[in-house]
Each structure stands twice: as C-alpha cells, then as structure tokens.
Design a protein around this ligand. Structure first.
Ligand SMILES: [Fe+2]
Length: 279
C-alpha cells in the first residue's frame, strides 16, 4: 500500500517507553499528527475548514494525554515531575498560539506546523517520556506500581470505556456517540490486554473479527485472569449470527450488540451491565 502522500510518521517499536498506557496514547498522537498532515493536502478552502477542526481535536487530545502522564507522575511521586510538566506546558502554549494564529488568518504554514508537531513528539518521547518510562518500569519491578488509575481526579468523573476494534472508523463512531463517558480507544487487542491490566476500566466494548486476536480469544484471556474476570464486556459485532452471540455469552460477555450500535441502546446496556457487575 502506498501511503507516502497520506502518512507523515508511523509508529515504530523503538518509540515505546515500556508502559502500555503511555505507548498507546503516543500512538494516537501520531495518528492525530497524520490526520493533520492529511488535512494539509486539501486545497485552500477545504484546508481551512478541515485543518481548523482537526487542529482543535489534536490540542484536546494532547491535553488529555499530558494530564494522563501528569497524573501518573503525581501518583508515583516522580522526582522530575516539575521539569516534565514545564515541557508539556510550553508545548501547549506554543501550539495554542499557532492554532489561534491560523484561525485569525495570520501568517501560518500548516505543513511546517505538522512537521514541528512530529519532531516535538518524537524528541519528547525519546528524551523526556523515556526517563519516566524507566522510572515506572523500576517501580513495577519492585512491585511498587499498582494499577494506574486513569480516572480524572476532580470535577465530574466520567466512567471509563475501553473500546477495542481494529476499525478506526468504528472507534471514532463509538467515541462520538458516547460523550458522557471517557472513551479510550484501542485498535490492537494485544495492546488492549496490557492496558486493561494496568488501568481501571469500567467497561470494555469488544469487536469480534480482528486479525491480530479475535474477540473470542480476548474474552477467554480476560475471563481466565483472576484480576480481570469481573470486568464488564459488551461485544459489538457485525457478525450477529446466533452462533456468534451464543459463543460470546458462553465465553463471558455480558451483552451482545449488532453493529451498527444504536446510541440509546448502547448507553442503556452499558449502564445495565456495569450495575449488574458492580452490584
Ligand atoms: Fe510527556
């Protein structure tokens, strides 16, 4: 597949800091950077519309990601938290200024901006996040790192939904129809397994047909894990044959919903299942 025109940067294993929660958000940051890059390929008028929307989404995601890292640093008493936070704050300030300049029609070169984003993310991962990763891995080895709770610490605390599907379109859709939840998306079921082992997830929305590992195998794995056997799971699949429904439920899914999921039905089932599991 020739993606040269569409992709500015792709995830490589060498970018891993060894902490799945952080890695998967970094992957998402690279996806967002690619989306901005794609928006740069449009003609002037479309570029304005598309870039404006994507840039604001990107800023929101970057803030979310930074707050995740900062919560982790606070909870684990990371000694270099001040310098790390400063790095984040300066970046947000610069990006917000650039995006505002763009919105106000000031001198702004989208292509340059996207390349700046890419370079910043990669050097931040290599220089700053890697140090944090090493610190957390040491804590983990000595058994001092418990589950990292990703929940917001103040304000209206949203429940956390982990959506696993190898279709990015489906994940974007789920995120958009569940604004009342903190929806965390994952395209790789293998990464999702690591995430669920390290995060307090309130419910999992699980696709069945995935190349890397199908939903049935994912279900088997978490139901066989003492710590994860009670995590609520709703299977959302395009294969709604009797046998798929039966197998999903037999393997420990709490509910089965056929794609496309209707927002009202989905929200109702999420509430029911969480209530049932948590008692
Ligand atoms: Fe960071």
């Amino acid at each position: 597949m020739n993606q040269n025109e569409q992709v500015l940067i792709e995830w490589e294993e060498r970018f891993s800091v060894g902490i799945p929660v952080i890695d998967s958000q970094h992957k998402q940051l690279l996806i967002t950077t690619n989306e901005l890059y794609k928006a740069c390929q449009f003609g002037t008028e479309l570029l304005k519309v598309q870039f404006k929307k994507t840039a604001r989404d990107a800023v929101a995601y970057v803030k979310y990601h930074f707050s995740t890292e900062e919560q982790i640093m606070e909870k684990t008493a990371y000694p270099e938290i001040a310098a790390h936070k400063k790095h984040h704050a300066e970046f947000i300030q610069k990006v917000l200024k650039d995006v505002t300049d763009f919105e106000n029609g000031k001198n702004f070169v989208p292509n340059q901006f996207v390349r700046f984003l890419r370079d910043w993310i990669l050097s931040h991962i290599a220089m700053v996040d890697n140090k944090l990763g090493d610190y957390l891995i040491e804590l983990q080895k000595s058994g001092k790192l418990g589950k990292i709770s990703m929940k917001k610490q103040s304000g209206t605390e949203k429940q956390m939904v982990l959506a696993i599907d190898d279709s990015k379109t489906q994940l974007t859709l789920l995120k958009s129809i569940l604004p009342q939840y903190d929806v965390y998306t994952c395209e790789s079921p293998i990464n999702a397994l690591e995430i669920v082992q390290n995060m307090d997830v309130d419910i999992i929305l699980l696709d069945l047909a995935m190349e890397e590992m199908n939903g049935f195998d994912f279900l088997k794995k978490i139901r066989a894990d003492l710590k994860l056997r009670n995590v609520p799971v709703i299977v959302i699949s395009g294969n709604s044959f009797e046998q798929h429904i039966k197998t999903s439920l037999n393997l420990g899914a709490d509910e089965f919903i056929a794609k496309p999921a209707r927002p009202d039905e989905l929200v109702q089932k999420i509430k029911q299942v969480i209530r049932k599991r948590k008692g």
